[in-house]
Each structure stands twice: as structure tokens, then as C-alpha cells.
Design a protein around this ligand. Structure first.
Ligand code: SF4
Length: 95
């Protein structure tokens, strides 16, 4: 049996995402680029992205609920974070 990659394992997880309400509130206009880049690099799911013009985008779909962005940001780029509403979120399966 071939060794599973991280991407293979993460692909086994199941999500029931509340598409209308993000459980993470992000300041996409935050001016300190170093802070923004730190959060982009730290998210294990790669949900924070900077485009060629340096504009930040974020999509809560696929969040692993690890809390890394909340702790790292300290209320700067990530203004609010809570677990998804009951019944929503990730179900870990080997990932
Ligand atoms: S909680 Fe974890 S996976 Fe979700 S956006 Fe923050 S760093 Fe990424």
C-alpha cells in the first residue's frame, strides 16, 4: 500500500460547512503586511491568500478549526474566532 500524503489524509475529512456564516472574522484591509503574511503562512489549510497586488482573501470553507490563526494574530488580522455552530464544521477521519 502506498504511503498517504498529508493531502490524501486531509481529503478524508468531512465538512458540514455553514456557507452563509463564517466562524472567523478577518480584517481583509489590515495594513501591516508582516502580520498578514504570518497568518497566510501559518494556516495549515491554506485558507488565507495574498494576490499579486497584496490583497488578502479568506474563505472559511475547509477550516480545520485548529485555532492557529486566532492565536497567532492576537486580535489583529483575525478579529473574531469561535467554533462553528453546533452541527457544522469538520469531522476528522484519519486526517
Ligand atoms: S483555524 Fe486553522 S485551519 Fe482554520 S483558518 Fe485558522 S489557521 Fe486555518
Amino acid at each position: 500500500m502506498a504511503k498517504m500524503t498529508i493531502e490524501d489524509k486531509l481529503g478524508l475529512n468531512k465538512f458540514n460547512t455553514n456557507e452563509l456564516n463564517s466562524h472567523i472574522d478577518v480584517d481583509k484591509e489590515y495594513l501591516d503586511k508582516q502580520e498578514v503574511e504570518r497568518v497566510c503562512r501559518a494556516c495549515p489549510a491554506g485558507l488565507y491568500k495574498l494576490d499579486a497586488e497584496g490583497k488578502l482573501s479568506f474563505d472559511h470553507l475547509g477550516c480545520l478549526e485548529c485555532g492557529t490563526c486566532r492565536v497567532l494574530s492576537g486580535g489583529k488580522v483575525v478579529k473574531g474566532w469561535h467554533y462553528p455552530q453546533s452541527g457544522y464544521g469538520i469531522s476528522f477521519r484519519m486526517g
